[in-house]
Design a protein around this ligand. Structure first.
Ligand code: SF4
Length: 487
């Protein structure tokens, strides 16, 4: 990835993340409050959803200012920058790219000049009719290569209508996953796709309002959860309060993988705390795939709640057998060959005293390519584990996601090509068990037909045609964006 100042950054994360997250969005309308700092902390709480770039758009009622750059929220903003951003409404975004390259031009919020003023927008999700939408643009070359850029440009081409009128006209034509925050100089807007694939919530913040991808972000800025934004609903928020409009009938299909891995454990989705759901999944996993073992250890931290549940369900003692370095991630330091060879140990290191001579149940949230689990099993055996029984708190991931989560392609997904027994042999475990799909669904307390489970069962709730697939489809059409400078 090229950085605007010419440095080369690389992802040093030696542990394959089960799936790349897919952006976090935050919005606030709060006169009298330091909205730039509120948005900063909202994004900080959502950092796990996207670590490639971050940005804030803010308005004082007269003009919109956008500040964004590549990097983590804490790398993009500092005290002086936030102090300089004055206004009463703002939107924020942290990005992991699912359409378009991870370059500065594709960072969000995106901004276009409309007939009267400006329009800024942040998007969590992934559209599946981007080429169709791009064809609606009147010959404009896009400034970037994302589905979000197309949406912002279309909204800004409002033909003299208000932002609200333009959005209500456009949103019914948009297909795929979208939790959107957008703004003009005076008003904050929030809209969620008819399937409600990505989470999106509304909160009360003193005399103002906040919207966020997850309830945890509301907690962290001191906002009180009011309700979920409904699938197919658009909110407008200004000095008159919150007004709700429906642009499509709700057909709920919330993402099941949010419960497994994507969302923070302290977030609540559909009335159920994610941590409690993960503990319950672990309890069910213990019933479904028991093991004769001495200790249950999690792969921290996303495997921890399910490991707690497994220990409770099985009666096998729980222990922390792996220490995680939470700070390994994106870095501008090029690892030496020696460091590369340490691989998984940069992030996870076994506690030899805990695991030596023990028969272990190791609980992880998912298997994508299998490389992490293979390295992990080998490392645990080298540290003296007598047996390693791997238990996974999601069903095998067999299909790619087209709605905003960047899994590997089907060819790279180990479960797309191998049976459970073949995967067990491939990772070198003594036994391997995945939670069944129906058990996972039951743990969420949400009806199966109101959840997207496509990466597990191949049933896609919104049909995706071949021409609309691919992260770089607009780059093929427009040519790759040139490197630019930060605003
Ligand atoms: S395919 Fe999987 S990751 Fe994608 S929205 Fe559906 S459940 Fe979530």
């Amino acid at each position: 990835m090229s950085h605007p100042d010419g440095r080369l950054s690389m992802d040093l994360d030696p542990v394959e993340r089960p799936a790349q997250d897919e952006c976090g969005v935050f919005g606030v309308w709060a006169p009298g409050e330091e909205v730039s700092k509120l948005t900063y902390f909202g994004l900080y709480a959502l950092q796990h959803r996207g670590q490639e770039s971050a940005g804030i758009a803010l308005s004082d009622g007269e003009r919109i200012v956008v500040y964004k750059d590549m990097g983590l929220v804490s790398q993009v903003f500092n005290e002086a920058t936030l102090e300089s951003l004055k206004g009463h409404l703002a939107i924020g975004h942290c990005r992991y790219s699912t359409t378009g390259s991870p370059v500065w031009e594709n960072a969000q919020p995106t901004f276009y000049t409309a007939r009267e003023g400006g329009l800024a927008l942040g998007h969590n999700g992934n559209l599946i009719n981007t080429p169709e939408l791009a064809a609606m643009l009147p010959g404009d070359r896009l400034g970037a290569t994302t589905d979000t850029e197309v949406l912002t440009n279309l909204l800004a081409q409002n033909g003299g209508r208000t932002t609200e009128e333009a959005a209500l006209d456009l949103l019914p034509k948009v297909q795929g996953a979208f939790s959107l925050v957008f703004m003009d100089e005076d008003t904050l807007y929030a809209a969620r796709d008819p399937q409600g694939i990505r989470p999106f919530v509304l909160g009360r913040l003193g005399g103002g309002w906040a919207v966020a991808s997850e309830t945890a972000a509301l907690d962290i800025v001191g906002a009180t959860f009011v309700r979920e934004i409904e699938p197919g609903e658009m909110l407008t928020i200004d000095e008159r309060g919150v007004r709700s409009m429906r642009f499509a009938a709700a057909e709920p299909k919330g993402c099941l993988f949010e419960y497994v891995y994507l969302a923070r454990p302290d977030t609540t989705i559909a009335g159920r705390n994610v941590n409690s759901t993960r503990v319950e999944v672990g309890r069910r996993l213990a019933d479904e795939h028991p093991a004769d073992a001495d200790l249950v250890i999690p792969v921290p931290e996303s495997g921890t709640p399910a490991a707690v549940g497994y220990a409770r369900g099985s009666g096998i003692p729980f222990a922390q057998g792996l220490v995680k370095n939470s700070y390994v991630g994106r870095t501008f330091i090029q690892p030496s060959q020696t460091l590369r060879e340490l691989g998984i140990r940069l992030k996870l290191n076994p506690l030899r005293d805990v695991i030596e001579g023990k028969r272990l149940v190791v609980v992880d949230d998912s298997i994508v390519r299998g490389n992490t689990q293979r390295a992990l099993v080998r490392m645990l055996r080298e540290a003296g584990a007598a047996e390693v029984h791997v238990r996974i708190s999601s069903p095998p991931v067999m299909w790619p996601c087209y709605y905003g989560v960047d899994f590997a392609s089907k060819a790279e997904l180990i479960a797309g090509n191998l049976s459970t027994e073949e995967i067990r042999a491939s990772i070198g475990a003594d036994s391997l068990g995945f939670i069944g799909l129906d058990e996972l669904v039951a743990a969420t307390d949400v009806a199966k037909d109101r959840l997207c489970r496509a990466c597990f069962d191949g049933v896609y709730p919104i049909e995706v045609d071949e021409a609309s697939r691919g992260k770089y489809l607009l780059e093929k059409a427009c040519g790759a964006p040139k490197a630019g400078s930060p605003a």
